[in-house]
Write a protein that binds this ligand. Structure first.
Ligand code: PEP
Ligand code: MN
Length: 359
């Protein structure tokens, strides 16, 4: 599968900008769907998305209009010329999407985790010319993501792509789903022609931060964006906090910088730029990790203050250092380097704790 060219469907679209898929989290009413679609005509969006079967984490929330909403999607296409896409979670959904001539079918994050469900969908879609996009599984498992794409490919589905929507974590972070960029980067390395669409809406979980996530994904040469869009985001029936208006979408896409040079290009300057963008993402992750570490350090500081324990405990510190030196060796990092880094991390940690303890 590594040598297959997956990008034909995208090339055929002949876009001079990244692919933009936009539309509401859920298709709420026919009027809502059409109103948003018409507003999106003013933007770069080529594909209209709307969830009609909505997987909800907790019961008692709006679970979508189901099959009733499929003709609304047909109307969007008829009135605006946009392509349409919906999420399918089982074989019945997949068959209905084909029956109603939906152009792009996407498999949601909660479905990608389940090989039985993915196989059932792949069987239902066997041999289709429709485009099928696979969201990453909610857990950070690259093989599971690839496995889903393989199941579809094995059933004769050629027009494939991936959607990166971040990964869930128990720990509260600034993201609803942490991007863990190294995972889509690894997917890209395995399948260089497989188009990857970034979904900043489900990564951020709120409007703030959308732009930065979009820009990072374009720096990493992702081929497109899927952004939840609603004319009245605050009153959306699902994911109200993260949706933006079509007008805001337009602002974002106008501001985004698309770097030249494709990943498959032989051109070494383009390659260099791509690798530098990867370094920038990794460096940002290092900073995020260091900030997380300082949060824990400060909590330890609070406990030390309460229990009147001294800040510096030498035996604990030499244990940490020895552990890290060993870990470093296993990863090809010199003892000298690890010692320098951890000495300076330790120094910063002590300064953070001193502020807590002496306050
Ligand atoms: C969605 O796109 O509305 C959705 C449910 O996404 P995910 O599968 O990424 O949670
Ligand atoms: Mn959503």
């Amino acid at each position: 599968m590594e040598s297959v060219d997956f990008s034909t469907w995208l090339k055929k679209m002949e876009l001079n900008h990244p692919l933009v898929i936009a539309g509401p989290c859920s298709a709420e009413t026919e009027e809502q769907v059409l109103k948003i679609a018409h507003q999106l005509k003013e933007t770069d969006a080529t594909v209209f998305r709307a969830g009609i079967w909505k997987p909800r984490t907790r019961p008692g929330n709006f679970e979508g209009n189901g099959v009733k909403a499929l003709p609304w999607m047909a109307k969007v296409k008829e009135e605006t010329g946009m392509l349409t896409t919906v999420e399918v979670a089982n074989a019945e959904h997949a068959k209905l999407a084909l029956e109603f001539d939906i152009d792009i079918i996407w498999i949601g994050a909660r479905t990608t985790v389940n090989p039985f469900a993915v196989q059932e969908i792949a069987d239902a879609l066997a041999g289709t010319d429709k485009i099928v996009l696979v969201k990453n599984p909610i857990n950070p498992d690259l093989e599971l993501w690839i496995g889903a794409i393989e199941r579809l490919h094995t059933m004769g589905i050629k027009n494939l792509g991936a959607i990166h929507r971040g990964f869930s974590s128990f720990k509260k972070t600034k993201y609803r789903n942490t991007p863990q960029w190294q995972i889509p980067i690894a997917l890209k390395q395995r399948f260089p022609t497989l188009p990857i669409i970034n979904d900043p809406s489900h990564i951020c979980g709120e409007r703030e931060g959308l732009f930065d996530v979009c820009q990072t994904s374009l720096d990493l040469k992702f081929e497109g964006l899927m952004i939840e869009t609603h004319f009245d985001p605050d009153n959306a029936w699902s994911d109200a906090k993260q949706q933006i208006t079509p007008a805001r979408l337009k602002e974002i896409t106008e501001e985004l910088k698309v770097r030249k040079g494709r990943v498959e290009e032989k051109d070494s300057l383009a390659k260099l730029n791509n690798l530098r963008a990867e370094i920038n993402v990794l460096d940002k992750q290092l900073i995020d990790l260091l900030a997380d570490r300082m949060d824990v350090v400060e909590n330890i500081g609070k406990v030390k203050k309460e229990s009147n324990v001294a800040i510096l405990q030498r035996s604990r510190w030499s244990e940490v250092m020895q552990g890290m030196v060993n870990e470093g060796k296993l990863n090809g990092l010199s003892e000298d380097f690890i010692e320098k880094i951890f000495k300076s991390i330790h120094q910063e940690s002590i300064e953070h704790q001193e502020k807590i303890v002496n306050n």
